[in-house]
Each structure stands twice: as C-alpha cells, then as structure tokens.
Unconditional design. Structure first.
Length: 190
C-alpha cells in the first residue's frame, strides 16, 4: 500500500534517493510559422531513445543551503517504508526567479516518481497534494517548468489542467549540460 505525507528536512536524504529519470522517446520540436509571427507549432517528433537523469540537477539536501524554506512544502509517497515519489512546492522566497516576484504564485519545484511506480497514480496524488497545499495558502496560480524532451511530463500537466504559457528556446543556452532543450512553462490556475 502506498501512503503519502508531508515531510520536513529530516527526510531529504530519502527524498534524494528517489530516481528522477525521463525516458525520452520523442520531443516537442518547434516549428515557427512566418518566423513566429504566424504562431509556433509544437510537434511531437520521435527521437532515438535515451534516459535523462534530472536528479543530478535537483537535490533536496542542497535546498537548505540555497534557500529559506519557510514558505516551501514537501510531500512524499512511500510503499511500506520505501520512498517512491516526492514533490516540492516553492513560494514567497526572495531570490527565486521562477516566482517572478509574485506573492500569489506557487512553483511546482520538483516532482519525481520511481519508474517502478509510474502509471499507478502516485504522480497524480503528489501533484494534487501540491495543488491543495497551494490553494490552502491562498495562491491563485501554480507555475511549472518542463522541457520539450519531457513529453510525458508535458502531457501530465496538460491532462491536469495546466496551460502552456511560455516557450523559451534560449533558456538553457549557457548551460553546456543542457543541449538543444527548450524550456516550457506551464501555468495552473488555482
């Protein structure tokens, strides 16, 4: 049986043990119509498969050194005692550019589910916990960052009511570890 609970910093080591793997089999490629003035078409395009480990970018154990976590929330899913999923929500934190200086915005900072537990509702339950927490704090919108090579996540957010609000093909231009990826920003009205 899978159980869920809100956690604190004492669980961060367990949180970081949950894999955050993206199995890339397709990407959303951008097709600019009339150099973008006629719109931008996102087209799902098959690619040679590979696995991207997003866990190398996000470590909960590093959050305490980087941020004031007073206005953050953390939830985890467990199968018996085994951590199988987690989600982090950030809000009202100076220096977090994803918050755009807004006091009414929450950011889905991180969500991960162990491959063995995907397609079993774990991600949906964690996402709903993040949404409910954000609503309970009075936020009116949740912002979610994703990349064009994480097609399953994009489809997940769209399925749960988020709307694609921003496409930035130059967001990672100075990051040599992130080549040819496009940042997709989703918004969920709460």
């Amino acid at each position: 049986m899978i159980t869920y609970k809100e956690i604190d910093e004492s669980y961060f080591d367990k949180y970081d043990r949950i894999p955050m793997l993206v199995h890339v089999r397709s990407i959303f490629s951008l097709e600019k119509i009339e150099n973008g003035l006629g719109g931008i078409l996102l087209k799902e395009t098959p690619v040679e498969g590979y696995i991207k480990d997003l866990g190398v970018y996000e470590k909960a154990t590093h959050y305490t050194n980087e941020f004031d976590l007073t206005n953050w929330a953390f939830f985890m899913a467990f199968h018996n005692e085994r951590p199988v999923g987690a989600v982090t929500v950030a809000s009202k934190t100076k220096g977090v550019h994803m918050l755009d200086g807004r006091e009414d915005l929450a950011v889905l900072w991180d969500i991960r589910v162990d491959d063995e537990y995907k397609q079993q509702g774990v991600g949906t339950n964690l996402f709903n916990m993040a949404v409910q927490w954000s609503k309970s704090k009075g936020f009116i919108q949740m912002k979610i960052e994703c990349q064009n090579n994480n097609v399953p996540a994009c489809k997940f957010y769209q399925k749960h009511g988020a709307v694609l609000g921003k496409i930035d093909e130059y967001a990672y231009i100075n990051d040599p570890q992130v080549k040819d990826e496009v940042q997709l920003i989703w918004y969920l009205d709460l």
